[in-house]
Design a protein around this ligand. Structure first.
Ligand code: HSE
Length: 428
């Protein structure tokens, strides 16, 4: 009989229960693929008595998740608690100290502490794997670390927060405003306990920071990311974008430029006919571009029991098979420090603003743009309201710096009725 791989699972929410169900449903398939049984020794969660719809009586129970790390009958700690501090961090640190391998779905923990955790684990010959932390069921970590290992990666893009994509696509299809759809997403249970993680772009930025590290061989640098959420996107923006052949997505982009590593998470206009433009509801999409492979598009469920548990299982199976890929695709100690790009690659921008309706207002805005070296591609005044005139401007390619300079200049013209919205038009 071959030696089983023994798991300690911490966190029995949606994902933890999903992992237990797969292990109970497919023992033969897992044995055949891994060449050894994969068993659960012990589990831990907040409430022992809660009915989770799955049989747990065969497993030892630990009230304190950290105690899983101390058990001799646990080879791999599976951390599905979540959160960048508290019990999740304590468990992972203890697991590494106790010489266990770790599988986690925790993007926040790794985006903030992944470098130190991976270096410590790898120094002792152990691995931390995190397929489930990025884009749920989409095997994007494997795609980058393994499938595209022979490529220089030129760009990583992704819609990696299903809640935001749900909100943006639902606003468009139902003609509803942001607040109405936010309330719907809340009722559907889509929002994180702290919704800012979703709509503020932070959850998606955690994921992009991890992918950028693998793609470019750089230390995870969440602090260097440029992050903007979807809170200021209106139904008008969505409808005007649609009218021009675009859709608005919360899009992450990481690319090396002559100015450093550019990594940003922000609402962007993308062509409605592109794969990213056609992404509906809570689905995720990651686009990877390699110098040899060209463009690879991966699409699938970014959250939920089955998809996320599927990703956790892929890491567990790797460890069971003896496949020990470094956390970020190369030894953590060899990852480079990288400066965040000070200037992003030039792009066209969509600008929406309301102007006070008096002679010369539009001319002043056009002058400010001209003075900042920004050329206007298209312009439209629409749906005239009492004292304010809504105006849309699409610029030719310009830099974010020039645009910021122009936006500052606009503030001092006294013709603005409210703060303008600027959305990058991404070439995808
Ligand atoms: N809140 C996340 C999302 C869940 O909406 O995609 C997965 O991280």
């Amino acid at each position: 009989m071959t030696t089983p791989l023994r798991l300690g699972i911490a966190g029995l929410g949606t994902v933890g229960v999903g992992v237990v169900k797969i292990l109970q449903r497919h023992p033969d398939l897992i044995l055949a693929r891994a060449g050894r049984p994969v068993e659960i020794s012990a589990v831990s969660a907040r409430s022992k008595d809660k009915d989770r719809g799955v049989r747990l009586s065969d497993y030892a129970w630990e009230d304190n998740p950290v105690d899983l790390a101390k058990r001799d009958d646990v080879d791999v700690v599976v951390e599905l608690i979540g959160g960048d501090e508290g019990p999740a961090r304590e468990l992972v640190e203890n697991a590494i100290a106790a010489g266990k391998d770790v599988v986690t779905a925790n993007k926040a923990l790794l985006a903030l502490h992944g470098q130190d955790l991976a270096e410590t684990a790898e120094a002792q010959g152990h691995v931390i794997r995190f397929e489930a932390a990025v884009a749920g069921g989409i095997p994007v970590v494997k795609a980058l670390t393994e499938g595209l290992a022979g490529n220089e990666i030129t760009r990583v893009m992704g819609v990696m927060n299903g809640t935001c994509n749900y909100i943006l696509t639902r606003m468009e299809s139902a003609g509803l405003n942001y607040q109405e759809v936010f309330a719907e997403a809340d009722a559907l249970g889509y929002l994180e306990a702290d919704p800012t993680l979703d709509v503020g772009g932070i959850d998606a930025a955690h994921k992009l920071a991890l992918l950028a590290s693998i793609a470019y061989g750089t230390k995870v640098n969440f602090a260097a990311m440029d992050i903007e959420g979807i809170e200021r996107i209106t139904i008008e923006d969505i409808q005007q974008a649609a009218d021009m052949g675009y859709r608005i997505k919360l899009l992450g982009v990481a690319q090396r430029t002559g100015r450093g590593l550019e990594s940003r998470m922000s609402p962007c206009l993308v062509p409605a006919t592109s794969p990213l433009g056609q992404l509906e509801n809570a689905t995720n999409m990651v686009v990877l571009e390699g110098d040899a492979a060209g463009q690879i598009v991966l699409r699938g469920a970014g959250a939920g029991e089955g998809p996320t548990a599927s990703a956790v299982m892929s890491d567990i199976l790797d460890i069971a098979r003896g496949t020990r890929v470094s956390t970020f695709g190369q030894p953590a100690a060899s990852l480079m420090d990288v400066a965040g790009a000070t200037v992003s690659a030039p792009a066209a921008f969509y600008l929406r603003m309301a102007l006070v309706d008096k002679p010369g207002a539009l001319a002043k805005i056009a002058t400010v743009l001209g003075d900042a070296g920004i050329s206007i591609d298209r312009m439209r005044q629409y749906g005239h309201q009492d004292l304010a005139a809504p105006v849309l401007i699409v610029t030719h390619k310009t830099t974010r710096d020039a645009l910021n300079h122009a936006l500052e200049g606009m503030e001092s013209t006294s013709v603005l009725a409210g703060r303008p919205v600027a959305i990058r038009i991404e070439e995808v």
